[in-house]
Design a protein around this ligand. Structure first.
Ligand SMILES: [Zn+2]
Length: 314
């Protein structure tokens, strides 16, 4: 049995055929044309058509990951700010087109499910997944099921950790995302470097602090810049506070981190572990396994989406 995983982003559509072990048999991608619901649907179908034309075994279902809120039971993408749709019945539309059943999920929830089904969490029944990139998304798996609450549970990025702090895209001041996602890291880095500029940061930004990104913050810290080492350390502390909250609320077997900001050679994950231990009343006996990196690759969005149908929730 194989499934199609469709990973929808703000500017592109990626899709793949995935087998029951989570291995990718074929992939394709294309631009997301956002002029109307019709052009968006055609953008998706163009990629899926090319994928099916590659001549693999016919998939038996379609999993769809979208950057927004969904109504899983009705198969509807309720709202996706980056894509601009409201109440799009995507599962029915794709079923009409391809005659295949489908499941839709928020992309962070699909990422969590992919890690649970095929990734670093596959030996666990209770896990928390946190993806740190342009934003911070989350997914909670409890006894082999995604926790949804009355709707969009698992929005770990919008836990309020610093009331009155920086403005988050959600409209609240001081969410975890406003401090520890890529843009928040860059903003704190710019503030700190403006107050205490160093030769290292001058060199890395060509003398223009506007060029500072979360990646440059990491590079400067690695190069020995004490100011940006503090900024990076604060990122780890905020994320460790997020872990501490998740630990108390859900008692997961592990907390899995993914996303572009975590792709730094393992430095940030180690700093998060260190802060987690410092914040704890008693240190965790196996923090290396408790706080882990996702087993993700460039195709993890596709695998996560396909996992929705290849390893359906009980
Ligand atoms: Zn927020």
């Amino acid at each position: 049995m194989t499934g199609i995983g469709i990973d929808i982003g703000g500017t592109k559509v990626a899709a793949g055929i995935v087998d029951q072990d989570g291995s990718i048999l074929a992939t394709d991608r294309g631009p997301m044309i956002k002029d109307s619901h019709e052009t968006m649907l055609e953008s998706i179908c163009t990629v899926v058509d090319r994928l099916l034309a590659q001549g693999h075994e016919r998939p038996s279902a379609i999993g769809i990951a979208v950057p927004g809120t969904v109504d899983r039971d009705r198969g509807v993408a309720v709202s996706a700010v980056n894509v601009g749709w409201r109440n799009l019945p995507l599962v029915d539309l794709l079923q009409d087109r391809y005659g295949l059943p489908g499941v839709i999920a928020n992309d962070a929830n699909a990422g969590a499910w992919g890690e649970y089904a095929f990734g670093t969490g596959r030996d666990r029944q209770h896990l928390v997944y946190i993806t740190v990139g342009t934003g911070i998304g989350g997914g909670i798996i409890e006894d082999g099921r995604v926790v949804r609450g009355s709707g969009a549970a698992g929005e770990i990025g919008h836990i309020l950790v610093s009331p009155g702090g920086p403005l988050c895209p959600c409209g609240v001041n001081g969410c975890l995302e406003s401090l520890a996602a890529g843009p928040g890291i860059a903003r704190r880095g710019k503030q700190a470097a403006a107050e205490q500029p160093t030769a290292i940061v001058q060199r890395l930004t060509d003398g223009n602090l506007e060029n500072l990104t979360s990646f440059t913050v990491h590079e400067a810290a690695e190069a020995g810049d004490p100011v940006l080492q503090t900024v990076r350390d604060d990122t780890a502390r905020w994320l460790a506070i997020g872990c501490q909250i998740c630990q108390q609320l859900f008692a997961p077997e592990c907390i899995v981190f993914g996303g572009g900001v975590m792709q730094d050679g393992g430095r940030l994950i180690q700093d998060i572990r260190n802060w987690f231990q410092r914040l704890a009343g008693s240190p965790h006996p196996d923090v290396e396994n408790y706080i882990r990196l996702a087993a993700e690759s460039e195709h993890s969005g596709i695998v996560g989406a396909a996992a929705l149908v290849l390893e359906p929730e009980r």
